[in-house]
Each structure stands twice: as structure tokens, then as C-alpha cells.
Design a protein. Structure first.
Length: 358
């Protein structure tokens, strides 16, 4: 029992089509007498074929419904699918590029050149950072440490280095009293203005004068220090790298070039403190360093005090501004607007309406 090409295609699409020569239990062959009964095997084949065609038809209908739903869903989500596909397409190259760049950076960090200075001769070592009290935002300089540091400067450092930016008046209140500062200033003589004859006379120092240097000029300083010029210590703690120093006589790993003309000058018990503090090398170095920090910024404590005053006044003004803002805007932010429609006057409603004749 065979099917034609058209019947086979129709059967595959799910439609129940029986061949013309396939006998059915309801329609018998017209060429055969109606009284002749059909064999049992032929009836079973007919029923099996009909059930197979019915199953194929149901499967085809289900497939068509699923295809239509898929088409509608894909049409409604075409834009989102395109965006998702575009994001997924770009994510891979972006991730690969980021991974490549990170790998190169990691390799450069691990195997590259970590520092510019390969030897101590190219760049001096950085000194250890200590937790200085005066560096904190709520702390000031220790007056006793400043007094001891100034004593170390006078007895050790002042023989070669100057402190040209510090006047005697800056020492008052921090390091010395007024009388002590005046007495210290009077120990030195300063030039006066030319007199009527053009001569310059000497006078004792005043609080407005600056601390004198150990040498008259730079040439005298170089001659006394084997050609090296001792720097001024007023801004020494604010110094930056880049100074050019010729080959020195002493090794200093914290100095650029590691060569410095000045030898070690601080030793234990070199000075005798007035407050009987042990004059160890580290104590003297600490005191003179703190003094030089103050010399670089004599107004640091005044700035901190002014900052506290500004914060106090600003806090009060800020609180007042909040209160004024709430007071001024309270009527605007808390008011409620209600619309009342106009009330029609009863007198106007009783008046006759105008007509065209009137």
C-alpha cells in the first residue's frame, strides 16, 4: 500500500488524507459486492493507518502553534536581544584588552626598574619619618625643645651656618622673654644709616634686627670651609632634592651625592642644657631639628590658633544660617493652597436672559 507524492506531503503536514484505493469500514469497494465481508487483517491495517494519521495531525498542529509563539516572542524582543548580543560581542574583546594591559603593567611592576637611583651616589637615602608632635593639626611646638634647639644652634651650628630670616622679635614668647631677646640682640653690632659726613657707624642690635651670619660674605665662607659654602638654615627643613654639591670630604647617605663637606659636629655632652636634660646626640639632633622647623615656619602656631577660631565662628554662623533659612522658608514650605470656585450671585441668576429681539 503506497502513497503518492502529494498525499505523502499532506500527511507530513498533519492533514488526514486517505488514499483513494484504501478501503474504509464505511465505504466498500464499488467493484466488490456489498455482501462480501472484509477480512479481519485488512480492518486492523485500516484502523492503524487512521490512528497514525490522526497522531501526525496533532503533532503538526502543536508544532505550528509553538512556531507562531516563538516568532511573536522573537519579534517583540528583537531590540533587547540585539542589545544583549551586542554587549556580549563587545565584552570579550574589552576583557581581553584589559587582561593584556594588566599583564603588561604587572610585568613592568615586577621586573621593571623600581627606582631611578641605582646607587647611593645618584640619589641620597630618604630619612626616616618620625611622628613629630608639632606636625599634628591640634599640636604646637614645644617651647622647651625650641629653647634647647636654639642653644644647640648657637653653640654648634652658628659657627658656620646663618639664620638670616629670623629676627630677634620672633624669639620672644616662644624661646626667650623680651629682656633675654634684647640682651641677645645687644651682643651684636649692626650698621647704621650714613651720617652727614657719609660715614657708617655701628650700633647695638634691636629686636627688629635679624640674626647675624658667621661670615661677612660668601667668599669668606668658602675660604673658611675648603671651598664649600655652608647653606643658610632658615629654610633647610623645607629644602628639596636637586642641589649640586662637589665631591665632599665626608659621607652622608641622606644627602644627594652622598658627599658633604661638613663633618659630624654633634657628640654626646657637647652642650649643657639649662633644664639639665641629658645632652645626647639624638636629643640634640631632635631639639635642633624642631627648632629649624619652627625657624622655617614661625607663624605655624598662630595659623593653627586662627584655624580653631575660624572653625568656632563658622560653626555658630552655620547654625544661625540654618535657623534663618528655616524661619524664612517656613511660610513657603508649610503653606497649603486651596482653590475656592467663585460663587454665583443670586441676583444675576434672576435677571432675564437677553434675546435677539431685545
Amino acid at each position: 500500500m503506497g502513497l503518492s507524492a502529494t498525499q505523502e506531503r499532506t500527511w507530513c503536514e498533519g492533514e488526514e488524507v486517505l488514499p483513494d484505493d484504501l478501503p474504509t469500514p464505511l465505504a466498500s469497494n464499488p467493484n466488490r459486492p456489498s455482501s462480501s465481508p472484509q477480512p479481519a487483517s485488512q480492518l486492523q491495517l485500516i484502523m492503524l493507518a487512521r490512528s497514525a494519521l490522526r497522531s501526525a495531525r496533532s503533532v503538526g498542529a502543536t508544532a505550528r502553534n509553538a512556531a507562531s509563539k516563538t516568532a511573536s516572542r522573537s519579534a517583540s524582543t528583537s531590540s533587547s536581544t540585539a542589545e544583549g548580543a551586542s554587549w556580549k560581542t563587545n565584552a570579550l574583546p574589552v576583557g581581553a584588552t584589559a587582561f593584556a594591559v594588566g599583564t603588561v603593567a604587572w610585568y613592568a611592576y615586577i621586573a621593571g626598574r623600581n627606582v631611578d637611583a641605582m646607587t647611593p651616589a645618584e640619589e641620597g637615602l630618604h630619612p626616616t619619618q618620625y611622628p613629630w608632635e608639632h606636625a599634628k593639626w591640634n599640636k604646637t611646638f614645644d617651647s622647651q625643645a625650641l629653647r634647647r634647639g636654639f642653644q644647640v644652634y648657637r653653640e654648634v651650628c652658628a659657627s658656620c651656618h646663618s639664620l638670616s630670616r629670623i629676627p630677634y622679635r620672633s624669639l620672644v614668647g616662644k624661646i626667650m622673654t623680651v629682656d633675654e631677646a634684647k640682651a641677645l640682640a645687644e651682643e651684636n653690632e649692626y650698621d647704621t644709616e650714613p651720617n652727614d659726613e657719609g660715614e657708617i657707624e655701628k650700633r647695638p642690635g634691636k629686636l627688629s634686627d635679624y640674626l647675624p651670619g658667621p661670615y661677612k660674605n660668601d667668599e669668606a665662607a668658602r675660604a673658611a670651609n675648603n671651598g664649600a659654602l655652608p647653606p643658610d638654615l632658615s629654610l633647610m627643613v623645607k629644602a628639596r632634592h636637586g642641589a649640586v654639591v662637589p665631591a665632599g670630604l665626608n659621607f652622608n647617605p641622606y644627602f644627594p651625592g652622598t658627599g658633604i663637606a661638613m663633618a659630624r659636629v654633634l657628640y654626646d655632652d657637647l652642650v649643657e642644657y639649662e633644664d639639665e636634660t641629658p645632652a645626647t646626640t639624638s636629643q640634640m639632633a631632635k631639639d635642633v631639628t624642631e627648632f629649624l622647623n619652627w625657624a622655617a615656619e614661625p607663624e605655624a602656631d598662630d595659623r593653627k590658633k586662627m584655624g580653631w577660631k575660624v572653625l568656632a565662628v563658622s560653626s555658630v554662623l552655620f547654625a544661625l544660617s540654618i535657623w534663618v533659612k528655616r524661619y524664612k522658608w517656613a511660610s513657603v514650605k508649610s503653606r497649603k493652597l486651596v482653590y475656592d470656585p467663585p460663587i454665583k450671585s443670586p441676583i444675576l441668576s434672576k435677571l432675564p436672559k437677553p434675546t435677539q429681539k431685545s
